[in-house]
Design a protein around this ligand. Sequence first.
Ligand code: ADP
Ligand code: ADP
Length: 219
Amino acid sequence: MITLRGLTKRFGGTTAVDDLTVDIAPGRVTGFLGPNGAGKSTTMRMVLGLDRPTAGEALVDGRPYRALRHPLHEVGALLDATGIHPARSGRAHLRAMARSNGIPPRRVDEVLGLAGLDGRAADKPGRSLSLGMAQRLGIAGALLGDPPVLLFDEPVNGLDPDGVRWIRRLTRALAAEGRTVLVSSHLMSEMEQTADQLIVIGRGRLIADAPVAELIAAS
Ligand code: ADP
Ligand code: ADP
């Protein structure tokens, strides 16, 4: 469960996230819809403790990120995939992540499999990764600690049609396992394919929080 309470972030004169209060429940895919610049990434970054709220709070199972004892086992995220291009190979990058979090090395091969990356792709150095490959590697990293809460920021970006179908299936499967899954997109058409519940924001403010079917019927 993710809880946002009066969550607000200002960058100088820009209010990126404006008094957002919402619960994101387990067992379903929650879509996070809004145009570019609406505040989706900033919201996710605050859940992950990467940006500090100006006001309000973002909680994972009732606690702020900094209070989580085993963060990788509690919340996993795919953020801007350009940020995860490792200097090392994908596999080495994940091995290092696993090692520093007490996760057994065999889990690296498990998550590479879950992300649809074969050995050769995983052994390529980061600079030569396609965006689609970087997205898959980011998702493998998010799954490493088998966390009950997952945040995917624009996961279909850069994926080919097979990749898009794969990520839709994966997000649905993760929610069916009872996990809390928050997936952002700027495209309603994408949300219709994946999400059960939809949170819509514009200029950092909550516009709607309703089942996708209800929002489609109303449009
Ligand atoms: P989205 O993910 O919905 O595209 P963002 O959260 O990236 O939106 O951005 C929300 C707003 O905050 C935008 O106006 C963006 O320019 C601004 N913003 C985001 N990060 C920063 C930052 N580090 N410094 C200044 N402004 C920022
Ligand atoms: P087994 O159940 O025999 O251990 P699985 O392949 O089902 O084998 O699971 C291996 C590990 O991967 C387990 O820790 C499981 O919780 C985790 N796991 C399985 N499916 C997923 C998934 N879709 N996303 C993240 N982790 C998963």
